[in-house]
Ligand binder design. Structure first.
Ligand SMILES: [Zn+2]
Length: 409
């Protein structure tokens, strides 16, 4: 059961207070846009907000008509806090299992929107709902091309002409709304602009710039921050079954405040091995052995999506290492390091690099992370990055011959 409340959102106190304020006043904007990094709880917050808005014990929750309900009991009972889902009423129960007739939840699916694939998409949607009900820490993962299904939004559009079924309003949550198509956005825009609408849209995105300005400007925006590293570590250890303290610490550090990312990586066998492989790549260019680096890099990544993810992880581990180097350089205590068990190696390296050089290398890595989204090949990107992060500028002749593999080939 999806039993989350606004009062128990992880690590977003301002957002939680803001949304509860809306619920307690019972006055909703036509549309909200939850934005911020991926994996920090935007979708969980959206569904919790929807649940509170559909609770029968919050202000403004009286049903539209006074017909006796199917279940015999009419008036909303007292109880609840008035600014959050009470967790006990019929509305809460239905929304808690994502089965409230006035709650619509749209999310991207990975299959193609063609005729033969329809059944596959339907199955994927049903499966996702089941997983979500079973696992409160469920992590959405889909391909780059995943999109919000077109006939789902069409179906919804038809319903918008009617009044909500049982609640006084209808709530539509669209996860990763930036994955909608142009015609879906225009339909959405029309609905948002409708005066006195009974529909509340709650859109989420981790790619704000991909949401059309026309939509952005008509939504009330709610910003989500990255989660504190310590919180991610605690959730991993206490709720997600990561017993090993060292692994939880590395995952939390590499996730940069995204619990979703940390959870998605929790089944990786050994993060310390991944880290050491990444750090090893920083060594060859220091001695200007480009051929050695090239060989190491080619062994290190792969092609396609997995290759890109691996590359990202490698570079992120290197960033953590360089940040540890900076800390070691300034004499930070061992416990404050991400890799305290490699304290001696850090101290030794830190002695030979000045802080400016470490920062320059960090910038090279930052640039590489940004370029990963582009259609470059993993090994070439990593090679170029490592060569530059290792302190050398590459001349034309130094570039090795490159195979034709690409991310999306
Ligand atoms: Zn309730």
């Amino acid at each position: 059961m999806f039993d989350v409340k606004l009062g128990s959102l992880l690590g977003q106190p301002e957002v939680s207070a803001f949304l509860r304020g809306i619920v307690s006043r019972g006055r909703y904007a036509n549309a909200y846009l939850f934005h911020g990094p991926a994996g920090v709880g935007k979708c969980t917050a959206a569904l919790s907000f929807a649940r509170a808005a559909l609770c029968e014990r919050v202000p403004g929750a009286a049903t539209v008509d006074s017909e006796p309900s199917l279940f015999g009991e009419a008036a909303p009972a007292a109880g609840g806090t008035g600014d959050d889902a009470c967790g006990q009423c019929r509305g809460c129960a239905m929304a808690g299992t994502l089965q409230h007739p006035d709650l619509h939840f749209l999310f991207p699916v990975s299959a193609k929107d063609t005729k033969g694939e329809t059944q596959k998409i339907d199955d994927a949607i049903v499966e996702t709902f089941e997983d979500l009900r079973k696992d409160p820490l469920y992590v959405f993962q889909y391909e780059r091309a995943a999109s919000i299904r077109i006939d789902q939004t069409r179906e919804l559009q038809a319903q918008l002409a009617y009044r909500p079924h049982t609640a006084s309003r209808r709530v539509i949550v669209v996860r990763d709304c930036d994955r909608m198509r142009e015609d879906q956005f225009s339909a959405l825009l029309k609905s948002i602009e409708e005066p006195a609408a009974t529909t509340v849209w709650v859109l989420t995105t981790s790619r704000l710039s991909r949401v059309p300005v026309t939509i952005r400007s008509r939504c009330q925006r709610v910003r989500f921050a990255p989660l504190p590293e310590s919180l991610v570590r605690d959730v991993l250890q206490e709720k997600a079954g990561v017993a090993d303290e060292k692994k939880a610490r590395l995952l939390a550090a590499i996730s940069t405040g995204s619990l979703g990312r940390a959870l998605a990586m929790r089944d990786e066998p050994d993060m310390a091995i991944e880290r050491d492989a990444a750090i090893a790549l920083l060594a060859p260019p220091a001695a200007a052995r480009f051929n050695g680096l090239w060989t190491a890099v080619q062994k290190s990544t792969g092609y396609g999506k997995a290759g890109r993810e691996r590359l990202r992880l490698r570079i992120e581990f290197q960033q953590l290492w360089l940040r540890d180097l900076l800390r070691a350089r300034y004499g930070a205590p061992r416990e404050s390091l991400v890799s305290p068990e490699r304290h001696d190696a850090l101290r030794a390296q830190a002695a030979s690099l000045d802080a400016r050089e470490i920062r320059r290398r960090l910038m090279v890595l930052e640039e590489a992370l940004r370029s990963i989204e582009g259609n470059v090949s993993a090994d070439l990107a990593l090679f170029s990055t490592m060569a530059r992060a290792g302190g050398d500028r590459l001349g034309e002749r130094a570039w090795p011959v490159h195979p034709t593999g690409r991310w999306d080939a």
